[in-house]
Design a protein around this ligand. Structure first.
Ligand code: PEP
Ligand code: MN
Length: 348
């Protein structure tokens, strides 16, 4: 349920509504709009008549949020969520372009990649250090040393850094180094991990599980939002279908669907959704045309020698070429690729 306070409702009136709903066993979530205060009500006690709440002083309107997800819903917040990251906005008109290797493999590899993608126009750097691999014999990532290299590469190029967290026990170390916490597809329904990242205020890039419905995906976002962390980026990364030509099937429908159902920014990962570098540019272009707020793309200086996901990684040259195309499509959509507030010549 959602209470909209009248414009000019007094703090005392807001306070009275809040204590009233707490007494009913509901949890209020306050949102200050341009003119009105909004109070989202979460909890089991959904039987309270709307009229009872509407009779409280200062209340303009009370509506029921029909969807299972509440805080993530557009019914709760009609305007797009926009939040700052490294001097630009995630969501809104800006497009976030996260690029980098699947995994941080060495200091020189991540620094070289960071410089190349930054030069091409990327505005955030990715690099996994705790890799969720299908095989226990595959490269598992460099751990904390990888975080040091990643943070150094981010600082040298002025880009915020994104890395995946696979367990809540890594939260402390991750927060020392990263600007955005990635929750991988395999962990989309790791509810303890979702709750843990809900407790911090670092933005979270939440990937859709390979077999998750859009509603399940948004329910996972809800776990983070109810903890108080409102900076959630939704990432479509392909789903499992009967098709085997590509690694996954890009659910391009998910982009307009998520944008319609939720106010959260939505991005696409064409690297994991296709699994093949030759298809990445086409699908990346389609995502921006479909209204995505950004992309996360794997780039490796030497894909055939990558320790993970080389087959789907672009070379820096291929990425630079794609950036030209993305810029043109963004412009056609009246959007722009966000720029990090750092002059290349200042850094290196
Ligand atoms: C990754 O980003 O490298 C990754 C493991 O992605 P996903 O969780 O989407 O498979
Ligand atoms: Mn990968």
């Amino acid at each position: 349920m959602m209470i909209v306070m009248k414009p000019g409702a007094t703090p005392q009136q807001v306070e009275n509504v809040i204590s009233y709903v707490i007494d009913l066993g509901l949890t209020p979530h306050l949102e200050q709009g341009v003119e009105n205060v909004f109070i989202g009500l979460l909890g089991q006690n959904y039987s309270i008549p709307v009229e009872t709440l509407e009779a409280l002083e200062g209340v303009q309107q009370v509506t029921r949020i029909s969807q299972a997800f509440k805080l993530a819903s557009r019914q709760f917040q009609s305007e797009d969520s926009v939040f700052p990251l490294a001097g630009y906005n995630v969501g809104g008109n800006d497009i976030i372009l996260i690029a980098g290797p699947c995994a941080v493999e060495s200091r020189s590899q991540i620094i070289e990649t960071a410089q190349a993608v930054r030069e091409a126009g990327a505005n955030a750097l990715r690099g996994g250090v705790f890799k969720p691999r299908t095989s226990p014999y595959a490269f598992q990532g460099l751990g904390e040393q990888g975080l040091e290299f990643l943070a150094e590469a981010g600082q040298a190029t002025g880009m915020p850094v994104v890395a995946e967290i696979v367990s809540e026990t890594q939260l402390e170390v991750m927060l020392k180094y990263v600007d955005v916490l990635q929750i991988g597809a395999r962990n989309m329904q790791n509810f303890y991990l979702l709750s843990a990242v809900g407790q911090v205020r670092t933005p979270v890039l939440l990937k859709r599980g390979p077999a998750a419905t859009i509603e399940e995906f948004l329910m996972s976002a809800e776990y983070i939002l109810t903890g108080g962390n409102r900076h959630v980026i939704l990432c479509e990364r392909g789903i499992r279908t009967f098709e085997t030509t590509t690694r996954n099937t890009t659910d391009i429908n998910a982009i307009p669907a998520l944008k319609a159902l939720s106010h959260l920014p939505v991005i696409l990962d064409p690297s994991h959704s296709t699994g093949l570098s030759e298809y990445v540019p086409a699908v990346a272009r389609a995502a921006i045309a479909a209204g995505a707020d950004g992309l996360i793309i794997e780039v490796h200086p030497d894909p055939p020698r990558a320790l993970s996901d080389g087959r789907q990684s672009l070379t820096p040259e291929q990425f630079a070429e794609l950036m030209h195309q993305i810029r043109a499509i963004a412009e056609a959509m009246s959007r722009k690729i966000a720029r990090v507030g750092h002059n290349l010549s200042d850094g290196w």
